[in-house]
Structures are given as structure tokens and as C-alpha cells.
Design a protein around this ligand. Structure first.
Ligand code: TXA
Ligand code: MG
Length: 332
């Protein structure tokens, strides 16, 4: 993008591309999205092609006004509106019964649609100027780590896609997804908006897809969905000294990503690298994908990530680390 264009010139250019059915990457407060006109089948198909994503994985429709809910969803329950009013614009995606006109390629052929109103000002002004819903999966190739900067999107897609640069995503993890189509709300993907926050807004119990048997199909929740290419393993801090004794030459170079201090790694027998992550959940979430992406691009044979606390505010982080490591735990 040339230097002399203003922010609104960039938005206007992006809107023109979207109207032609071309995808455009844009910042949101969670991660960068690969946006396309949600009512244009060819445009949506291009998103799947660029991402190399299986066609049965449904996409989130991003809107900029509350009343647009009814353009995409029907029979919207009172509780869903309560959540929208409490958390939008922001990192919450709500699954609802879809309007008949919503394309099958958006919903993966299901009778539901996922809706979200992002809070990033550039996302808002893009959707607002476009005037209708945009699908926007995370702007990465299928199974890669979601991008939290414009540079990371560029790493994924090169010059094939226009990228609006809105700085580093504030949250750094994908939105919480809640299914409001069943008798009880079900969290399909944890995010920074916690089950606790939702419970206190609705005043009723919320289920979690990871604990309950649910009939909702939420493809993209499977392991290795957010994974680095480098072998990545979670390790409890207390197991690090014993693990270091077993490290083989063929495992090196190796790096530890930790929110704890590094004195545990300060041993004579093996030389491993160390990166420090913030010790608070919000700071950690903000840095996690950027850090994994950076480490993945280096020469490491293994990435070891220190297990994070079990408090509720770390839940979304635990979920993404579990996915990044295929659920491997310990030193295997
Ligand atoms: O934070 C986010 O949600 C980001 C930003 C760009 O908005 N977007 C994002 O999109 O994470 P994506 O496509 O990477 O993940 C969307 C998830 C998928 O796992 C998909 O299965 C689920 O949402 N999903 C979409 N529509 C659904 C539906 N109708 N029912 C259940 N799950 C759905
Ligand atoms: Mg994704």
C-alpha cells in the first residue's frame, strides 16, 4: 500500500475489492480476518481456496449494527439479544438459527449461522462502509496459527490479498463462540469472554462443548488446528529439571516459552533458549500467537511451552495451547 493513502482511502479501496467479490484481510480485536462478501458465493469460495480450508467448516458473519442480526438469523432468543447487547461490539460470536437465504457455503450446510460484531475501529468502518455482512475466518492457511499482525497475514498469503493494517490485535485469541440454538447455551470455543461472564449476564447455567455431549457441529475445534510446524509440547514447570536431564543432541536447538523466570533452565548440561511471556492472562493472550509464530519461523527442533495456571481467565489460553500441541502433555 502506498504511503500517501489515508486510512479512509484504504477502506474505500478495500470496499471496492469486496464489492468485486475479492477477499480483503482486515484487523479485528481478536485476530486478523480474511473478509469477503457473505452474500456472494464466489467470493466466499475464494476465501476457502486462499485458506485451503475444507468446505464443510462454517464461517462467522461479521456485522456492524445490532439490527443486522435479523438479516442473517431468525427466531433470535431473548437471551441471545442480551448477550449481544452486553458484549458487542467485542470478542463474542453467537450461533443462531439462520435465515433461509444465508448461503450453504457460509454455514457448512447447517441450519445455523454464527454472528459477531467486532470492536476494532477499522473492522467496524470496513463493515459499515461495505453495508452488509462479511465472512471473516482467521487470515491464515488451514491449521496454521491465527495472525495477530498485518505482517503475519502477509507471511500467510503474500501479495495475493490486500491487508488493512490496524496494528497488533488487542486480544490475540479468537472470539468466544456460544451456541444459542439449544435449550441451554453451549460454549463451543472458549475465549476472553468467559463462561462466568456469560452466566452472570444471563443468570443461568451455560454448558461447555468440551464437557457435554452436544449435537452441534463445530468443525475446526479439533486438535492441531492452531499448531506450529515445529514439534511443540506443554511441560509443567516442576518437570523441567528432570526433562532437561533427558534432552538429546537431536532435540537441539530447543526453546522454552515461559511466563515464569528462567532460573530453572540455568543448568550446565544442556543449552536451551528461553523466551519470556507475560505472567498475566490478558498479556499472555496478546503475545502467544505472535511468539509461537516467531519461534516457528526459526531453526528450533522443539518448542517447550510452560503449562499455564488453571484459573478461569487462562481457559482460552489452555484451550489454544492444547490445540497447538495436539494435546501432548509432559515431556513426550
Ligand atoms: O475471533 C474470531 O472469531 C476470528 C475473527 C477474524 O473474527 N474469526 C475466526 O474465524 O476465528 P474461524 O473461521 O477461524 O473460526 C470460526 C469457527 C470455526 O471453528 C467454525 O467451525 C465455527 O466458528 N462456526 C462457524 N459457524 C458455525 C455454526 N453455524 N455453528 C457452529 N460453529 C460455527
Ligand atoms: Mg481459524
Amino acid at each position: 500500500m502506498s504511503e500517501h493513502l489515508t486510512a479512509s482511502d484504504h477502506i474505500a479501496k478495500a470496499v471496492a475489492l469486496l464489492r468485486e467479490g475479492k477477499p480483503v484481510a482486515f484487523p479485528t480485536e481478536t485476530v486478523y480476518g480474511l473478509g469477503a462478501d457473505a452474500s456472494n458465493e464466489l467470493a466466499v469460495r475464494k476465501v476457502f481456496q486462499i485458506k485451503e480450508r475444507p468446505y464443510d467448516h462454517p464461517l462467522i458473519v461479521h456485522i456492524s449494527r445490532l439490527k443486522q442480526i435479523n438479516d442473517w438469523a431468525k427466531d433470535v432468543p431473548e437471551d441471545a439479544l442480551k448477550l449481544a447487547k452486553a458484549f458487542w461490539p467485542g470478542p463474542l460470536t453467537i450461533v443462531l438459527k439462520k435465515q433461509p437465504a444465508v448461503l450453504d457455503c457460509v454455514t457448512g450446510g447447517q441450519d445455523t449461522v454464527a454472528l459477531r460484531m467486532p470492536s476494532h475501529p477499522m473492522a467496524q468502518s470496513l463493515i459499515e462502509s461495505f453495508g452488509s455482512g462479511l465472512v471473516a475466518p482467521s487470515a491464515n492457511k488451514f491449521t496454521h496459527i491465527s495472525p495477530t499482525t498485518a505482517a503475519a497475514v502477509h507471511e500467510e498469503f503474500g501479495d495475493t490479498v490486500m491487508v488493512l493494517d490496524g496494528g497488533a490485535s488487542k486480544v490475540g485469541l479468537e472470539s468466544t463462540i456460544i451456541d444459542m440454538t439449544a435449550a441451554q447455551p453451549v460454549i463451543l470455543r472458549p475465549g476472553v469472554i468467559t463462561a462466568e461472564a456469560i452466566v452472570s449476564t444471563l443468570g443461568k447455567k451455560v454448558l461447555s462443548a468440551k464437557n457435554e455431549k452436544t449435537t452441534t457441529r463445530a468443525p475446526g475445534m479439533h486438535h492441531l488446528h492452531y499448531a506450529p510446524q515445529t514439534k511443540t509440547t506443554i511441560i509443567d514447570k516442576k518437570n523441567i529439571p528432570a526433562f532437561l536431564q533427558t534432552v538429546k543432541e537431536t532435540d537441539l536447538p530447543m526453546v522454552f516459552a515461559m511466563y515464569s523466570d528462567m532460573e530453572l533452565l540455568d543448568v550446565d548440561q544442556v543449552d536451551v533458549d528461553y523466551v519470556k511471556l507475560p505472567a498475566d492472562a490478558a498479556g499472555y493472550a496478546h503475545e502467544l500467537y505472535r511468539t509461537l509464530r516467531a519461534l516457528d519461523g526459526q531453526h528450533y527442533k522443539r518448542i517447550m511451552v510452560e503449562a499455564v495456571p488453571s484459573d478461569i481467565e487462562w481457559e482460552a489460553i489452555r484451550d489454544r495451547l492444547f490445540k497447538a500441541t495436539g494435546g501432548i502433555r509432559g515431556a513426550a
